[in-house]
Design a protein around this ligand. Structure first.
Ligand SMILES: [Zn+2]
Ligand SMILES: [Zn+2]
Length: 172
């Protein structure tokens, strides 16, 4: 397992212009607050692939790739959810290159890998953390898990969905 890296010193690679290097590192992403719940990543120490290219004019082109599951309660049924988030992020940092060519994660030749990875992962998070995409959630009346109870789970008081369909038709 690659050792945990927070800050990576790009200068120590001593790359000359046009040269590149691929590194396998480990990053701890920490936890994410999401809809009043805390979510962790699995694994906690995520193996990442970092591609570093030294550009012709002083500067770096960087690519960061990794995947990790975001784990915590499903936002619909509260069972354990662990959807995998895949990250493929790029940054360019060129000295005097102006705002567009200046990465917020590079200070001098120090790359803040931990913060970059954390931000990139946050951008890749799904809108909702679900145990599976079509999770049926909990019954709004009795809170039974509808994934187990099935679509035939109904209450006396709940209107027959067929009548709802008929009412829609009448409105048209
Ligand atoms: Zn669920
Ligand atoms: Zn119910």
């Amino acid at each position: 397992m690659a050792p945990r890296t927070d800050i990576f010193d790009l200068a120590r690679l001593r790359l000359s212009a046009g040269e590149g290097r691929r590194l396998e590192l480990g990053v701890a992403l920490g936890e994410y607050d999401f809809g009043n719940e805390r979510y962790a990543t699995d694994p906690a120490l995520v193996p990442v692939t970092l591609d570093i290219s030294r550009m012709t004019h002083a500067g770096y082109a960087l690519r960061l790739r990794f995947e990790a599951a975001v784990t915590g309660p499903c936002m619909r049924c509260l069972e354990r959810a662990a959807p995998v988030v895949v990250v493929d992020a790029r940054e360019v940092d060129q000295e005097g290159g102006g705002e567009e060519l200046s990465s917020p994660y590079v200070e001098g030749e120090l790359l803040d890998l931990a913060v970059w990875a954390r931000d990139a992962y946050a951008l890749g998070l799904p809108g909702q953390v679900l145990c599976r995409e079509d999770c049926a959630g909990l019954c709004p009346v009795c809170a039974v898990d509808l994934n187990e109870a099935g679509p035939e789970h109904l209450h006396e008081s709940s209107p027959d969905p067929r009548w709802a369909k008929l009412r829609e038709l009448k409105l048209d």
